[in-house]
Design a protein around this ligand. Structure first.
Ligand code: GLC
Length: 547
């Protein structure tokens, strides 16, 4: 990764922006690209900015919005609800001027059923487009070709009444799966990627990759013996045939090949670790697609309990599986999972921001994470997410973590001038908002800003491999990052009690740089870490000389 990714190597973090919810510039209740552009100065470039060096924008393509943009009807345009291609050009140009990189979402596994290819495929079963999708004959009794399930509930097959065949949709019936074994399809998808790289996108976040390659024999998935009633019904089966066929590596490589034609483009694959393949193999696989420019997110922090051991293991398992020089990408929240401040509490989330932003690589923040935004209760009548609508009552809905950004205490939290916003604003907006926190040096926002500035200053903090666990017990997890003469020790107290922590390595010059809870500390040969605090200490002298 080292030689190719110069643009990315100095990035202190990525802010994920869900465009519907960032800022509504035209008063229609939905965020848009011009809105993101207006808010770039909040992200970087002014004295009061947060100081984050890159953004990833979730899909903005023309879409019937059945899955809010993850159903793409045209891969080379912008949906009018978000603006126009010109708005995107202007956004990219402004971001670049501020020294920010722009990553966009690429959705290879499925298109919308309103994509021209799918329309042609339905219209004429003999058209070349028919093979861009996965149509199969019905089983002899007329039922679906096999038992594969849709992530969003029910069978993964939908009957095309006109032809009597079924088509595959790993997600919604309105998201038919694309057939990556068709070379022509692959070549079109490569052209689409070129289109965005030519327009200045610096990287791609590649969606839902595990479904791109399925068993060529379409065998039934076996039952999951561990499935319990009440769980997500998708987990009734072990998805050994409907995902991850061995062709996946080639398909992913056809994406990285395009990135290789350009300079400094980064590909980050979206893949949660699954229960079937050994974890280290899964991690290595994503990075090794092209070890100079491809990577995979680490989502583990979104699935583990609030425990020192779990967090230490999450980091170390991933770090030790990384190929040499590969950059880690730690995510603690995103648009698919409950927000970190809801999962663990706002105080805990502040501590975890310190933990996340002191880890190696390029951490990924989710909009609003920096102010401690929480999930929003969505009344049943207001639910928009197809996941909740199709598999109700199991807590799978993703609307709660997608509500509008809370900018200030004015109406609609300063997000929109419309009477109604696409999702409701969280009730806590008059307290939890950017404006309040910008002027408060003990706020979550201020602490995030401090951490980002530290990451910008010390290139070594962004390195992949100078992480070292210092200590872990049931209360405290600490680790150091060696950065030459000056190095950093991060101590997180997960417990409800103050903890005396003996400082390692006698004779060093210690100072406290950051406290997640804004506590004041005095240091002797030990430091008493306050409950739920995450503290960053600087110490001078090269740690490698001491160990
Ligand atoms: C990914 C996206 C999710 C989307 C799904 C289908 O997991 O993150 O939001 O619904 O893919 O595209």
């Amino acid at each position: 990764m080292i030689e190719v990714m110069k643009v990315w190597q100095d990035k202190n973090a990525i802010m994920q922006i869900y465009p519907r919810s960032y800022y509504d510039s035209n008063g229609d209740g939905v965020g848009d690209l011009a809105g993101i552009r207006e808010k770039l100065s909040y992200l970087k470039g002014d004295d009061s900015s947060l100081g984050v060096d890159a953004i990833w924008i979730s899909p903005f393509y023309p879409s019937p919005m059945k899955d809010f943009g993850y159903d793409v009807a045209n891969y080379t345009d912008v949906d009018p609800i978000f603006g126009s291609l010109e708005d995107l050009d202007a956004l990219i140009a402004d971001a670049h001027e501020r020294g920010m990189a722009v990553m966009i979402d690429f959705v290879p596994n499925h298109s919308s059923n309103e994509h021209k290819w799918f329309k042609a495929a339905l219209e004429n079963p003999d058209s070349p487009e028919r093979d861009y999708y996965i149509f199969r004959d019905a089983a002899p009794d007329g039922s679906a070709p096999n038992n594969w399930l849709s992530v969003f509930g029910g069978s993964a097959w939908e009957l095309d009444e006109r032809s009597g065949q079924y088509y595959l949709h790993s997600f919604l019936p309105e998201q038919p799966d694309l057939n990556w074994s068709n070379p022509e399809l692959r070549s079109h998808m490569q052209d689409y990627i070129r289109f965005w790289f030519d327009r200045g996108a610096d990287g791609l976040r590649v969606d839902a990759i595990r479904w791109m390659a399925k068993d060529p024999e379409f065998r039934d998935d076996p039952p999951n013996e561990n499935f319990k009633d009440g769980q997500d019904p998708y987990n009734k089966l072990r998805h050994v045939y409907s995902r991850y066929s061995k062709e996946l590596d080639d398909y992913l490589r056809s994406i990285t090949e395009v990135a290789r034609e350009y300079k400094d483009r980064l590909i980050v694959f979206e893949d949660h670790l699954d229960e079937i393949t050994p974890v280290a193999d899964q991690i290595r696989r994503m990075f090794n697609v092209d070890n100079t420019l491809s990577a995979a997110f680490n989502f583990q922090a979104m699935h583990i309990p609030f425990s020192t051991w779990e967090f230490a293991e999450m980091v170390e398992r991933y770090q030790s599986a990384l190929p040499d020089g590969a950059l880690p990408f730690y995510c603690f929240s995103n648009h698919d999972e409950s927000r970190v401040a809801t999962r663990f509490g706002q105080t805990e989330a502040r501590m975890l921001t310190v933990l996340q932003l002191m880890l190696p690589g390029i951490p990924v923040l989710y909009y609003g994470q920096e102010i401690g935004m929480t999930d929003t209760y969505i009344e049943p009548g207001l639910v928009r997410d197809p996941f909740e609508l199709r598999v109700p009552g199991k807590g799978l809905g993703r609307d709660p973590q997608r509500t509008p950004m809370q900018w200030n205490a004015s109406s609609n939290a300063g997000f929109s001038s419309s009477d109604e916003t696409w999702l409701p604003i969280n009730d806590n907006y008059s307290e939890v908002n950017v404006e309040n926190q910008l002027s408060d040096s003990r706020s979550a926002l201020f602490i995030t800003k401090q951490l980002l500035s530290l990451r910008s200053k010390y290139a070594e903090l962004r390195n992949a491999d100078n992480y070292r666990r210092e200590y872990c017990d049931e209360s405290v997890f600490s680790f150091s990052r060696s950065c030459g003469i000056e190095s950093f020790l991060t101590i997180c107290n997960f417990s409800d009690n103050p903890v005396d922590y003996s400082l390692p390595y006698d004779g060093l010059d210690w100072s406290v740089l950051i406290s997640a809870q804004g506590c004041d500390y005095s240091i002797s040969d030990k430091i008493t870490i306050q409950p739920k605090d995450g503290v960053v200490l600087k110490f001078s002298r090269f740690i490698a000389d001491i160990i």
